[in-house]
Ligand binder design. Structure first.
Ligand code: COA
Length: 295
C-alpha cells in the first residue's frame, strides 16, 4: 500500500466514508462493550442515510473542516468538523481498523483542528477507544465521562407535563438563544437537519424555556433548557412517547446533568457509563443533553 495522503473531502467520498465510519465505530463498540448493555449494532440503513445527509451538508457549510485519508485510490480514514459561532465541533473521526495506530488519525485530527484555529472553545463526544482518547487528551481536551440510561420507562412514574408544545422552524430563534446560554454557541442551520429527522418539543414560559429533539422511540437526542426543572419536564415529555414495554437508551449525560439521571431513575431506568464528552476552554453544558455529532 502506498503511504496515505490526507486531502480535503469531496462529495464523492461521503458514501465511502459512511461505510468506513460505520465499520470502525461498530468495531470499537464491539471491543469496548459491557455485558449489561444492549448488543452493539452496526449503523442501520436509515441512520446511515442521515449520516450521509449531515456530512454532505457539512461539506457545504464547513468545507475546510472535512478531510479524508486516501491510499491506493481508496478512502481509509476521515474527519468531519464544523465551526458554529466560534465553537469547533468534531462530528466524525475514524481510520480503517486494519490501518489504525500508524499516525493517520493524528494527521486527520491536525487538519480538522486547523479549521477551528480561530475558536477558543471546542466540544465533541468520544468513544471509549483508548487510542482515540489518547489523541484527544494530547490535543488538549478535558475528558468528562458520559453516562447513559437504559430500560423500559415505568408508565406509572410519568408526571403530567403541561406547557410543552410541538415545535417548528418558527422556534429557531428561541432555540438559538437557549443554545447560546447553555453551550455558548447556537446550532444555526443544523436545526434544518434535526427537524427532518426528529420530533421537536418546545416550552417557552416565564418559569423557563427550552427544547428537545426526540427519537421515534422516545429518547431525547438533543435537549437544552434555561433551568433544570424545565429540562426535566422536556425529558419526561420525551420518555412519555416511548412505546409501553419497549427498551430505550438515553445517551450523553455528563455529571453536570444529574437532573437527567434523576428523571431516568424515577422512570426506573439503569445508569451505565460510556465514552467522554471532550471540551476545550468551556465547562460541560448544562442543563443540556448533547447530540452525538452536532453536539
Ligand atoms: C481514533 C482513530 C481515528 C485514531 O486513528 P489512528 O490512525 O489509529 O491514530 P494514530 O495512529 O494517529 O494515533 C493513535 C494513538 O493512540 C495510541 N493507541 C492505539 N491503540 C491504543 C490502545 N489500545 N491504548 C492506548 N493507546 C493506543 C497510539 O499509540 C497513538 O498514540 P501515539 O501517537 O502517541 O503513539 C482510530 O483509532 C479509530 O478509527 N478508532 C475507532 C473509531 C473511533 O473510536 N473513533 C473516534 C470516535 S470519537
Amino acid at each position: 500500500m502506498t503511504a496515505p495522503v490526507v486531502r480535503p473531502m469531496r462529495e464523492e467520498d461521503v458514501e465511502d466514508l459512511a461505510e468506513l465510519t460505520a465499520t470502525s465505530y461498530f468495531e470499537v463498540d464491539a471491543r469496548t462493550y459491557q455485558r449489561a448493555w444492549p448488543d452493539p449494532v452496526r449503523r442501520p440503513a436509515g441512520r446511515n442515510a442521515h449520516w450521509i445527509r449531515r456530512t454532505k451538508r457539512a461539506l457545504v457549510t464547513d468545507p475546510g473542516g472535512c478531510w479524508v485519508a486516501e491510499a491506493d485510490g481508496e478512502v481509509v480514514g476521515g474527519a468531519v468538523s464544523r465551526v458554529r459561532e466560534l465553537m469547533w465541533i468534531l462530528a466524525s473521526f475514524a481510520v480503517r481498523p486494519d490501518l489504525q495506530g500508524r499516525g493517520i488519525g493524528a494527521q486527520l485530527m491536525a487538519a480538522a483542528m486547523q479549521h477551528g484555529r480561530g475558536c477558543l472553545r471546542g466540544m465533541f463526544s468520544a468513544s471509549a477507544d483508548p487510542g482515540a482518547v489518547r489523541r484527544y487528551r494530547l490535543a488538549g481536551f478535558d475528558l468528562h465521562p458520559q453516562m447513559l440510561l437504559t430500560g423500559v420507562v415505568d408508565r406509572s412514574a410519568i408526571p403530567v407535563v403541561d406547557r410543552v408544545r410541538e415545535g417548528t422552524a418558527a422556534d429557531l430563534e428561541l432555540m438559538d438563544s437557549v443554545d447560546r446560554r447553555t453551550r455558548g454557541a447556537a446550532h444555526l442551520g443544523d436545526h434544518e437537519l434535526l427537524l427532518e429527522q426528529f420530533r421537536l418539543v418546545v416550552t417557552d414560559h416565564s418559569t423557563g424555556s427550552g427544547y428537545a429533539y426526540v427519537e421515534a422511540d422516545g429518547a431525547p437526542v438533543l435537549l437544552a433548557a434555561t433551568n433544570r426543572r424545565t429540562a426535566a419536564r422536556l425529558m419526561w415529555e420525551a420518555l412519555a412517547s416511548s412505546q409501553p414495554g419497549a427498551e430505550i437508551s438515553v445517551h450523553h449525560i455528563t455529571a453536570a446533568n444529574a437532573w437527567a439521571l434523576d428523571v431516568g431513575l424515577a422512570a426506573r431506568m439503569a445508569i451505565h457509563q460510556s465514552g467522554y464528552l471532550c471540551v476545550r476552554r468551556m465547562k460541560p453544558p448544562a442543563p443540556y443533553l448533547h447530540h452525538g455529532s452536532l453536539l
